[in-house]
Design a protein around this ligand. Structure first.
Ligand SMILES: [Zn+2]
Length: 231
């Protein structure tokens, strides 16, 4: 095995290690609370609060109606009870009854309006509950998937790390140092050579360099400085 080949393999493992780390970060970021679930929960809480308010309004409206109905009964009893003969008194009782009925009809309308609102709100609550249940099921499934993905990535990373140690052990310290320095500066330290052309900078390499590389030496591209690898 040539050192260039070892270095190239080291580079491939390093690339895999970095890609794996990025993938782990991406998956980790997706583990946690779901914004969509939180939003649906807030919506449901608001709708339930509105339901309480409207129900209370409806009850007090019903009480008003009952109260007025009792008062109307009383005045009508007086009116038709046959005990009052004074026409002025009868007239004022009639007026009182009419006014009470007028007030009650206002509350009746209010009650009907509230009933419509309550019905619409109950439907909205049912649909929000359905939506929330669906979102929670989906979120739980996704979370399980993310946890599995993360475990798989970590297992693959452990293999990458072992591979790296094994390959690095084959390379002498000076060459390893050169590799690290080049990696820091250029991103990729090793460039493949295809048909005599350095794939790092696209320049045609002189034959002498190619021959030295073929015989197993560590040769660097005269243009970009990368270590060349003849595949
Ligand atoms: Zn080059």
């Amino acid at each position: 095995m040539s050192i260039a080949r070892d270095l190239y393999q080291l580079q491939e493992v390093d690339t895999a290690l970095e890609a794996n780390l990025q993938a782990q970060k991406k998956v980790s970021a997706q583990i946690g609370e779901s914004q969509l679930v939180l939003k649906a929960k807030t919506k449901l809480a608001e709708e339930q609060k509105n339901l309480e308010t409207l129900t209370a309004q409806q009850k007090s409206t019903e009480w008003e109606i009952d109260d007025l109905t009792n008062k109307i009964k009383e005045t009508e009893k007086k009116l038709y009870g046959g005990k009052i003969f004074n026409s002025k008194e009868l007239g004022s009782l009639q007026q009182e009854t009419a006014e009470l009925k007028k007030r009650r009809s206002v509350f009746d309308d209010k009650s009907l309006g509230l009933m419509d609102e309550l019905e619409a709100l109950r439907k909205a609550i049912d649909s929000t509950k359905d939506e929330l249940a669906k979102l929670q099921t989906l979120w739980q499934m996704q979370q399980k998937q993310f946890v599995v993905e993360l475990m798989q990535l970590k297992a693959a990373q452990a293999v990458n790390e072992t591979n790296r140690q094994q390959i690095a052990a084959l390379i002498d310290a000076d060459t390893l140092f050169t590799y690290q320095e080049l990696k820091k500066r250029k991103g990729l330290a090793v460039a493949k050579v295809e048909q005599g052309i350095c794939q790092g900078c696209r320049i045609t390499l002189p034959n002498t360099d190619l021959q030295r590389a073929r015989s197993g030496g560590v040769v660097r591209c005269s243009s970009c400085g990368r270590i060349i690898f003849l595949a």
